[in-house]
Design a protein around this ligand. Structure first.
Ligand code: ADP
Ligand code: ZN
Length: 209
């Protein structure tokens, strides 16, 4: 196994969609390249919204080549022994194994930069990001701007035909500005269709209540 000359570490860039995570990841990768580090960039194969699966892009349109992966094991397979910096974008779509892989890479001297949205559309912790935040040496939580009120946005609002999507939808549903917007805690809406329906049903079955 390769042992880097320097200590490795894990840094996580988290936050809501549109908060600039990809921009920040790209910035850090560009600077690592300027420092002549050997860098490899990965991203979940699920996210091919902008320029095809081979690049990561931020919402402002800048791009960098990235290797699409469907599981965390693939990252371990594709990382070359002499790589000094590993960047992983859209890590919320990856499996829990990415936590151990980030740790192993850092243990052998690699700087691991992970970006991912920390909450799903319901406002609940998303995939492996909570555990990545726990093991990271450095954590940044970015905010977007709430499109409703202009405050700092921390939540991903999922929309279906322009309306707040119900909590019962799938956790992973890849989309951009047409199906998500950034909102603050107050403006974030997650209607619970099933519970509402159950209450209605109970009301019908027990009209005296
Ligand atoms: P992320 O990776 O966190 O989804 P990106 O780096 O892809 O974010 O995009 C960030 C950019 O998105 C911002 O610099 C800005 O130009 C744009 N943007 C669009 N909507 C918003 C919003 N509601 N709040 C802040 N930035 C936004
Ligand atoms: Zn708001």
């Amino acid at each position: 196994m390769y042992h880097g000359a320097q200590d490795g570490w894990v840094e996580v860039i988290s936050g809501v969609m549109f908060s600039g995570k990809s921009e920040e990841l790209l910035r850090r990768v560009r600077r690592a390249l300027i420092a002549r580090k050997r860098v490899q960039v990965f991203k979940s194969h699920l996210d091919d919204r902008y320029a095809g699966v081979f690049s990561i892009s931020s919402h402002d349109g800048s791009r960098l080549e990235a290797h699409p992966v469907s599981s965390s094991v693939q990252i371990a397979e594709f990382v070359r022994p002499d790589t000094e910096v590993v960047a992983i974008d859209e890590a919320q779509f990856l499996d829990e194994g990415v936590v151990a892989i980030a740790n192993e890479l850092a243990d052998r001297g690699v700087r691991v930069i992970v970006a991912g949205t920390d909450m799903d559309f319901r406002g609940e912790p998303f995939g492996p990001i909570p555990n990545l935040l726990a093991i990271a040496e450095k954590v940044d939580k970015l905010h977007a701007i709430c499109v409703i009120c202009g405050d700092l946005a921390t939540r991903n609002q999922r929309l279906i035909d322009g309306k707040a999507a119900p909590a019962e939808g799938p956790t992973i549903q890849v989309g951009g500005a047409e199906s998500y917007e950034a909102r603050c805690r107050r403006c974030h809406e997650v209607p619970r269709v099933a519970r509402f329906q159950t209450e209605l049903d109970m009301g019908e079955t027990h009209p005296s209540h």
